[in-house]
Design a protein around this ligand. Structure first.
Ligand code: ATP
Ligand code: SF4
Ligand code: MG
Length: 365
């Protein structure tokens, strides 16, 4: 039986080296030629993740989170995609790699939890046989042992009565259970790098907490690098060491999670933080959706992509925001990068944003 699996191996040159990042994305640009023109889905994106670290990627729908992550596993159809830049996984280059190299990269060491569970689960095979098969590809074990491992993984992701449900087919699982089964399949080989694309979106908060605990256990046990893509800043706050904010296919802010969440330095991040509920906040905290729509990826604006929606552009001299793309440059510290022309973002954040979103917090500060 040959079943597509999410888990995959790379014979890596630096897989045990704590100094070298396990995943390095450098100047990644992903474009799709279409009838309407060239869709500039991701432009000049750079980040790196070490073993044992978690990078959170956040941004609105369509900001390029999934497209950039799928490029890490070489999952884009080369005939329909223009890919530039460099991606190395365990020291092995992915961009422009042969199918043979890509197959070795998609091996035992790298796994992806896809945003859509149906992308990864085959409808014709039972859930258990798919997880067992993913395990057997990389371990010399009997079918019985692999089935035991599948049951163990289903239990770990919170599937009730796993020894009975292991023989169910994907259509017999609810959407949330399918998502958990896919997570079980991705984790079955204890990957060194896990890319999790909105892994907990369809799950209730209790199961979401279980899954986040499971990912943290995996990280502790196997020193895994994790890239966590999510809309949920609560998830970022809980498990990410670093956070990357994307807008219109570009990185617009990047830094340690504590820095970015407590001292965000550009208006789009301010908008993201103001538009999510904070369960720990007092009742004076207001939720403010970001007005307007994301930029066209077919003809991106020449200046800052957020300019048409940015209420702080007036604080920047002249028409710089509309005409000139800001560089991703150091802000408060060398490791906190932001793409914005504002000369003193901290002052605006303290003076205008905090009082608007959380008046009492502003008074305290
Ligand atoms: N094969 C393709 N051809 C053309 N455009 C594409 C293709 N794949 C993705 N896109 C476009 O690239 C952009 C980025 O898509 P992506 O799926 O990365 O967004 P996302 O940030 O993951 O959003 P979401 O939060 O909704 O999952 C979108 O505008 C999408 O329509
Ligand atoms: S560069 Fe200008 S338009 Fe863009 S986020 Fe900063 S202030 Fe707003
Ligand atoms: Mg996505």
């Amino acid at each position: 039986m040959s079943i597509p699996t999410t888990s995959t191996g790379v014979s890596s040159s630096n897989d045990g080296d704590q100094q070298e990042p396990f995943l390095v994305v450098d100047g990644l640009t992903v474009r799709f030629p279409t009838h309407d023109g060239l869709v500039q889905a991701v432009t000049d994106l750079s980040y790196s993740v070490r073993r044992g670290e978690t990078l959170g990627i956040v941004g609105e729908s369509g900001s390029g989170k999934s497209v950039s992550s799928m490029a890490v596993l070489g999952l884009h159809n080369p005939r329909q995609t223009r890919l530039n830049g460099s991606i190395t996984v365990g020291g092995v280059e992915v961009v422009g790699a042969s199918q043979h190299t890509l197959r070795s990269i998609r091996g035992n060491d790298v796994a992806m939890i896809f945003q859509d569970p149906l992308t990864a689960l085959h409808p014709f095979y039972s859930i258990g046989s798919q997880i067992a098969e993913a395990y057997r590809v990389h371990h010399d074990v009997s079918k019985k042992q692999a089935r035991e491992r599948a049951i163990e993984m289903l239990a770990r992701v919170g599937i009730p009565q796993p020894s009975r449900r292991v023989d169910d087919y994907p259509h017999q699982f609810s959407g949330g259970m399918r998502q958990r089964a896919m997570i079980a399949m991705a984790l079955v080989n204890d990957p060194k790098l896990l890319i999790a694309d909105e892994p907990t979106t369809a799950l209730d908060v209790t199961v979401q907490a279980q899954i986040l605990d499971l990912l943290q256990d995996l990280q502790r046990e196997y020193n895994s690098a994790i890239v966590m893509i999510t809309h949920d800043l609560g998830v970022i706050a809980e498990i990410a060491d670093e956070v990357l904010v994307m807008y219109g296919g570009r990185a617009v802010e990047k830094g340690s999670t504590s820095e970015v969440l407590t001292h965000p330095e550009m208006p789009y991040t301010w908008g993201l933080l103001s538009s999510v509920p904070d369960v720990t906040a007092d009742t004076t905290t207001r939720l403010l959706p970001i007005p307007g729509t994301p930029p066209s990826l077919l003809s991106p604006p020449p200046g800052c992509a957020f300019e048409p929606r940015c209420i702080h552009a007036t604080a920047v001299p002249g028409d710089l925001c509309a005409t000139t793309l800001p560089l991703l440059a150091p802000g408060r510290s060398a490791h906190h990068l932001k793409r914005c022309h504002l000369p003193d973002p901290d002052a605006i954040y303290e003076q205008f944003v905090i009082p608007e979103v959380a008046p009492e917090a502003g008074e305290t500060r």
